[in-house]
Design a protein around this ligand. Structure first.
Ligand code: GLN
Length: 244
């Protein structure tokens, strides 16, 4: 069986709501299937692992996000683009989603993004967008997983994100606020680059999506089935919490 190589960007700073749980879930599901798992972190000043199959960037407070943004947009930009160009999957959550784009405007300040997708985020004066959320996604198939499915989780962001005209949202909001509380869009997907506001953490509540990411990152046609009784219950509970 192959090995999933994961590079977590800024694991100490971008880890709000224990988004680290997403990495733990990937590790466990790989182990249960005899797929190897290697995790390296890349903090400020560290190189991006060039053999990574999956890049992961979690959420963060504005203050921590700001600290990472310049390193990401300047020192790591080329390496992140190169990894994606050679087929690595990138998953970015909340503050991570905001940093995928062009910039995050905080009043007069412009926090730069890594420019992988065309999106722009503004921290307006309005209330934070908080609550349980469910979205309907329609993903291309990987290892038999895909099509119309539901992702459920929790969102808490002050930033409002707008997608450029050519970008596709990750999903359609069923319950919750989504990117800006108005468009009905949630997240972004462009090829192997996926951004979402869903915390939860996301993957323990949506194990099917973790499997999709693994299959996609490793180019696998099938994944051995697992006993997902607990994972299915976690997904059902997250959907119930969102009222879907
Ligand atoms: N700092 C960002 C915002 O408030 C993202 C917060 C987060 O990652 N939960 O919009």
């Amino acid at each position: 069986m192959p090995t999933l190589k994961v590079c977590a960007l800024y694991p100490e700073l971008m880890n709000i709501y224990a988004d680290r749980g997403n990495l733990l879930l990937l590790e466990r599901r790989c182990a249960w299937r005899d797929i190897g798992f290697e995790l390296v972190g890349a903090g400020i000043g560290d190189p991006v692992a060039q053999d990574a199959d999956l890049l992961y960037l979690g959420g963060g407070q504005d203050r921590d996000q700001r600290l990472c943004a310049h390193d990401l947009a300047e020192a790591k930009r080329d390496a992140v683009h190169a990894a994606v160009d050679r087929g690595a999957v990138m998953l970015a959550v909340c503050g991570g989603l905001q940093l995928l784009g062009d910039s995050y405007e905080l009043g007069d300040e412009r926090v730069p993004g890594v420019g992988l997708v065309d999106l722009h985020t503004v921290r307006g004066d309005g209330p934070r967008l908080i609550g349980n959320v469910a979205i309907e996604v329609d993903l291309p198939e990987a290892a038999g997983i895909g099509g119309r499915r539901v992702l459920a989780g929790f969102e808490n962001h002050g930033g409002r994100t707008r997608l450029g005209a050519a970008e596709q949202p990750l999903g359609r909001v069923l319950k919750g606020h989504g990117n800006d509380g108005q468009s009905g869009f949630e997240g972004v997907v462009r090829g192997n680059v996926i951004g979402t506001y869903l915390h939860g953490p996301l993957l323990p509540k949506n194990a099917w999506f973790a499997d999709w990411l693994v299959a996609r990152a490793l180019g696998l046609d099938e994944l051995p089935p697992l006993d997902d009784a607990l994972e299915d219950a976690a997904h059902a509970a997250a959907r119930r919490a969102a009222g879907v």
